[in-house]
Design a protein around this ligand. Structure first.
Ligand code: MN3
Length: 171
């Protein structure tokens, strides 16, 4: 089995004026597609051919050193962008409701304070990477950033709820 580029769930120009059509084309068809082809080349003929990416990244340190760097960067790049396309929406935005709203209020005081904290952590990140809202194993919410294409799946039990691409090509 090899990984395939998932279709964008909206048109390339659907996120304008926030993300322009050309940026979305480059980001999806060049960057994301490149992560996938590098990942597929690295796992060809290995025991990792049929693994899902979160599982693979959860045991990254047990993978062969020869392909570990590629699994980390291209496997990470693939899952991060697959999540990112679905986290954005032309009809999205605004405060959440239900259990997530309750958890955000409990952890951050209120939604406005959550937004402020998330922005601060994203802006404080030096170099390329991602900002994340994650749910820990104890169900608590945390915000942190990761370098390059690293992500919460590399930290046992962390589940990403929201990710923001901090690479220069993302905006
Ligand atoms: Mn990107």
């Amino acid at each position: 089995m090899s990984f395939e580029l998932p279709k964008l769930p909206y048109a390339y120009d659907a996120l304008e004026p926030f993300l322009d059509e050309q940026t979305m084309h480059i980001h999806h068809q060049n960057h994301h597609a490149t992560y996938i082809s590098k990942l597929n080349n690295a796992i060809k003929g290995t025991e990792f051919e049929n693994i899902d990416i979160p599982t693979l990244l959860g045991k990254l340190y047990k993978t062969p050193k020869k392909i570990r760097g590629t699994l980390r960067n291209s496997g990470g790049g693939h899952i991060n962008h697959s999540l990112f396309w679905k986290m954005m929406s032309p009809q999205g935005g605004g405060a959440p409701n239900g259990e997530l709203a309750t958890a955000i209020d409990r952890e951050f005081g209120d939604f406005k304070h959550f937004q402020k904290t998330f922005c601060e952590i994203a802006l404080a990140h030096s170099g390329s990477g991602w900002a994340w809202l994650v749910q820990k194993l104890d169900a608590k919410l945390h915000i942190y950033s990761t370098p390059n294409q690293d992500n919460p799946f590399m930290q046992t039990g962390d589940m990403p709820l929201l990710g923001l691409d901090l690479w220069e090509h993302a905006y």
